[in-house]
Design a protein around this ligand. Structure first.
Ligand code: PLP
Length: 260
């Protein structure tokens, strides 16, 4: 039977990030994709022009409809926007006993638009992260979640340890935002081992939706029954190829290429 994965995230009208990136990634990795939409954004490669969050009831019903008929083997969360949406999602994960939970702690789009209200950060930490199999912050997100500045590899290890204390089973802190590095090196930590995952840094402005695509690829691999570290390794190759074969669509930050 084909594995099924669910994304709980925001819609990007431009098609490069959010729900659209997630479903394309699931499809490319041979997993059946389902979605619960938390917010609509009016967006293109130039930026986010509007954010229209869904009501809690709307999110709740989408999750109930999926759960009553379809069983996802893995789920991911992306843009959740509001504290009450995070609470709704956390409740449903518990009610339906969903496992293989990937939390991408999406906060700010590249252009600076807020995808998570400031007051929702605490709810993310207390309600959702403790239910997660893996969280996938970039360095700025890891800094917000831990309250520490991350400059060195030693800092990143310390941040990973602090994130595990929040209750996630593992963490991958992505290195793409580490400016002075020729490589994009991610750090995985599961409470036992630190694993540095090396990758070539590709100079391009077309990186819209990279975080969404990476976490969706991890989710797809978990849905197939892979372990977390293998899922992350596959997701890293997938996103690396997708960035390398950039599409050059639009006049701003273009999307990555899922056919790569
Ligand atoms: N829009 C939505 C709906 C998203 O979920 C995300 C990222 O998670 C973004 C935009 C961010 O896109 P970018 O990669 O350009 O920062």
């Amino acid at each position: 039977m084909i594995p099924k994965a669910l994304t709980i995230a925001g819609s990007d009208s431009g098609g490069g990030a959010g729900i659209q990136a997630d479903l394309k990634t699931f499809q490319e990795l041979n997993v059946f994709g389902m979605s619960a939409i938390t917010a609509l954004t009016a967006q293109n490669t130039r930026g986010v022009q509007g954010v229209f969050p869904a009501s809690n009831e709307c999110v709740r019903q989408q999750l109930d409809s999926i759960a009553e008929d379809l069983k996802p083997q893995a789920i991911k969360t992306g843009m959740l926007y509001r504290s009450s949406i995070i609470q709704t999602v956390a409740e449903k994960i518990k009610t339906y006993g969903w496992s293989n939970v990937v939390v991408d702690p999406v906060m700010i789009a590249k252009g600076g638009a807020s995808l998570l209200q400031k007051e929702a950060i605490e709810t993310l930490k207390t309600n959702l992260i403790p239910l997660s199999t893996v969280i996938t912050p970039n360095i700025p997100e890891a800094e917000v979640l831990t309250g520490m500045k991350i400059k060195s590899n030693a800092d990143r290890k310390q941040a990973a340890e602090m994130l595990l204390v929040l209750g996630c089973r593992s963490v991958v802190i992505k290195g793409g935002h580490h400016e002075d590095n020729l490589e994009a090196i991610d750090l995985f930590f599961d409470g036992n081992d630190f694993v540095w995952l090396r990758g070539q840094r590709i100079q391009t402005r077309n990186t819209h939706g990279t975080g969404c695509t990476f976490s969706a690829a991890i989710t797809a691999e978990l849905a197939k029954g892979e372990n977390v570290l293998n899922a992350i390794r596959t997701a890293k190759s997938f996103i690396q190829a997708a960035i390398e074969h950039e599409l050059n669509i639009g006049s701003g930050h273009g999307p990555t290429n899922h056919w790569a």
